[in-house]
Design a binder for this molecule. Structure first.
Ligand code: UT7
Length: 329
């Protein structure tokens, strides 16, 4: 019997219509388009503005886009993994609701939270379920409504983040395509530098925590930047080394879109030409769990069967890692 590998066989995406440009941010906080563009590469981001709609709304849209494009029957999906740092609610799994809403009535579902690395860790999970031989269709969704946890008076964070969703389908492959290797890392030292203080079990929400703005994201950008640059470059170099990949063997770098300078530093350490680096940060900003599938969706028609893709991400916690995957279609 041939070895089972786990391949991505379909992609879907959704971003909200509302665009928040750098020019509009200039009227909200003390910032300017030139600073944001040169320091981050971001020009605009999408926000889900409609009241009462959460992360699940975008996740369902992305999943439905995939289902329609791939012409699959949602009843055939075995598992839905919902990668998100902004679930609809703290309790009651968002993934379970999404699975029911898209008609994946035979699937089980759960949420996976690893901050900006949620989707990358989700790829590892989805692939392991497929490689076990027990599951044939695993739907991995990455979605975040970052606007629900961002303080739009804090220029250190509000310029960076956006909302969005993307989805991929993992299926067994018998030609050796799909996920080849992974190198996932984490380090609790990061807890102080990128966090939301209140709303969890240490500091439950109260009128006081809300008054203090402790339900919003806090980021020590400089420190996170330093760790992100070395972390993402290290794991990407390591995964190339241990799979004997030269810069010519790598077709695409699919990196978390947090800051253009972090992506460029990673590409440079890998020796990659700019033309191999997928970039859409200018359109969406940092959508946390959605950046990687949104890249796949935007660049899907440039990817060819057998292409070598290196995925890389870095996020709060800290969490980070790299995945080597051969494109299957
Ligand atoms: O995805 C999860 C992981 N997150 C990340 O990877 C994000 C990592 N961090 C970053 O991307 C960057 O640190 C930021 C984009 C957040 C900030 O860029 P930076 O180059 O690290 O800026 P900085 O914090 O060192 O600030 C430089 C200067 C400061 O002024 P002084 O002290 O030099 O006078 C800031 O006060 O820029 C000022 N500044 C701003 N100016 C205009 C900070 N934020 C802004 C702003 N607009 N929005």
């Amino acid at each position: 019997m041939n070895t089972i590998t786990a391949a991505i066989t379909a992609v879907g995406a959704y971003v909200p219509e509302f665009v928040l440009s750098n020019q509009v941010l200039e009227t909200m906080v003390d910032t300017n388009d030139e600073w944001i563009t040169t320091r981050t590469g971001i020009k605009e981001r999408r926000l889900l503005k409609e009241k009462g709609k959460g992360t699940s709304y975008m996740a369902i849209k992305a999943a439905q886009d995939l289902i329609a494009k791939a012409k699959i029957n949602p009843e055939d999906i075995d598992l839905v993994i919902m990668a998100t740092a902004t679930p609809d609610m703290p309790v009651a799994s968002t993934g379970v609701y999404v699975a029911s809403q898209i008609g994946a009535v035979n699937a089980f579902a759960f949420d996976l939270q690893a901050a900006c690395s949620s989707f990358l860790y989700g790829m590892s999970n989805a692939a392991a379920y497929i490689q076990s031989g027990r599951y044939k269709k695993v739907l991995l969704i990455g979605a975040d409504k970052m606007s629900s946890i961002i303080d739009y008076t804090d220029r250190a964070t509000c310029i960076i983040f956006g909302d969005g969703a993307g989805a991929v389908l993992f299926e067994p492959n018998y030609e050796g395509l799909g996920l080849q290797d992974e190198y996932l890392r984490s380090d609790g030292i990061g807890r102080e530098y990128l966090k939301i203080d209140a709303g969890g079990s240490i500091l439950p929400p109260s009128a006081e925590t809300v008054a203090n703005g402790q339900h919003f994201v806090f980021q020590d950008g400089k420190t996170v930047f330093k760790y992100a640059v070395s972390g993402m470059a290290d794991v990407s170099e390591k995964i190339m080394e241990r799979n004997n990949l030269t810069k010519d063997d790598v077709n695409w770098l699919v990196a978390h879109q947090a800051n253009r300078r972090i992506i460029d530093a990673t590409a440079s350490r890998m020796g990659l030409d700019e033309s191999k680096v997928l970039i859409n940060i200018q359109k969406y900003g940092n959508t946390t769990s959605a950046t990687l599938p949104l890249l796949l969706s935007d660049f899907e028609n440039q990817l060819k069967k057998g292409d070598n893709l290196i995925f890389a991400a870095f996020g709060g916690g800290f969490t980070w890692g790299s995945i080597y995957l051969k494109w299957a279609y």
